[in-house]
Design a protein around this ligand. Structure first.
Ligand SMILES: Nc1nc2c(c(=O)[nH]1)N[C@@H](CN(C=O)c1ccc(C(=O)N[C@@H](CCC(=O)O)C(=O)O)cc1)CN2
Length: 284
């Protein structure tokens, strides 16, 4: 069996078209969604991501501002900028690109963003809302993974066993909670898991979110399973690759996401969805 691809670029195009249409309707009612993107330092990958976010905003008709600061910006100065953006009525979503330079405490910065504008879904209030099943912004990467599952008919996951590899606050943990909210039986595996392959072989859905190449190989996958690859790594030739041994696993799985062109573009798409919803909340 060769797995079918879940194409994050194609799904993103569809979802972004819906965002564009809802944005047009909102603008007709006098409100333009606004996103502020804050970048501190000169991390080359971050520079690409923030540019892509601003471009995606333009394409769907949002107002966006990119605030770039050099790495000498102090934590206090950054907190003051966030407070100003919290108060800015033209801005509905605030995003601080991670990672931040080492002298800035990212937790402090994330907690300074108003939960009403936390379109990354990283604030403790957003994480808490997900935990107890209340309305709040969902972290964009796991939210995108859920949309990818939905796109292949997996919306209600009753009876499905999902295994999440990784327990980060921004992907692994919220991913597990979103799968649970969709009625999956969820196992979270991590560096302390004794026999990872024994766990993943039982899974109908595997989400790999570790940040290490070849964490999931063909012998670890149940035939026909859905494999979602959140990883973003470089191989020995410098080529972008995920956490999954794509060539091997695609021969066993039923569905698989590629890297690039899988979860990555969905992360930016769900940021647009969250920003639109932040604005729509002001015009119910
Ligand atoms: N404030 C945030 N910081 C970071 C987040 C985030 O969601 N919020 N996630 C990552 C980086 N990221 C978005 O910011 C991101 C990473 C990758 C992609 C993407 O589209 N990747 C492409 C490949 C791009 C390439 O060629 O290099 C793909 O997978 O097809 C989008 C967003 C960390 N920081």
């Amino acid at each position: 069996m060769t797995a079918q691809l879940i194409d994050g670029n194609a799904l993103s195009r569809q979802l972004r078209q819906q965002v564009r249409e809802r944005t047009t309707a909102l603008k007709e009612r006098g409100l333009t969604p606004g996103l502020a993107v804050v970048l501190v330092g000169d991390n080359p990958a971050s520079q690409v991501y923030v540019r892509n976010k601003v471009k995606a905003c333009e394409e769907v008709g949002f107002h966006s501002v990119l605030e770039r600061y050099d790495a000498t910006l102090t934590e206090a100065e950054l907190l003051a900028r966030i407070e100003a953006l919290n108060q800015d009525p033209a801005i509905h979503g605030i995003l601080v690109q991670l990672p931040l330079p080492a002298h800035i405490d990212d937790k402090k910065v994330i907690e300074a963003i108003s939960p009403a504008k936390d379109v990354d879904g990283f604030h403790v209030a957003s994480a808490g809302a997900l935990l107890v099943g209340e309305a709040g912004f969902k972290a964009c990467t796991p939210y995108g993974c859920m949309k990818m599952l939905e796109s292949i008919g997996l919306k209600d996951l009753r009876g499905k066993h999902a295994v999440v590899i990784g327990r980060s606050n921004i992907v692994g943990k919220p991913m597990a909670l979103m799968l649970l909210a969709a009625n999956a039986t969820v196992t979270v595996c991590h560096s302390g898991t004794a026999d990872l392959a024994a766990m993943t072989r039982q899974a109908d859905i595997v989400v790999a979110a570790v940040g290490k190449r070849n964490v999931l190989t063909a012998d670890m996958v149940k035939p026909g399973a859905v494999v979602i690859d959140v990883g973003m790594n470089r191989n020995a030739e410098g080529k972008l690759c995920g956490d999954v041994d794509f060539e091997g696993v695609r021969e066993v799985a039923g569905w698989i996401t590629p890297v690039p062109g899988g979860v990555g573009p969905m992360t930016i798409t769900m940021l647009l969805v969250n920003t639109l919803e932040a604005a729509e909340r002001l015009r119910p």
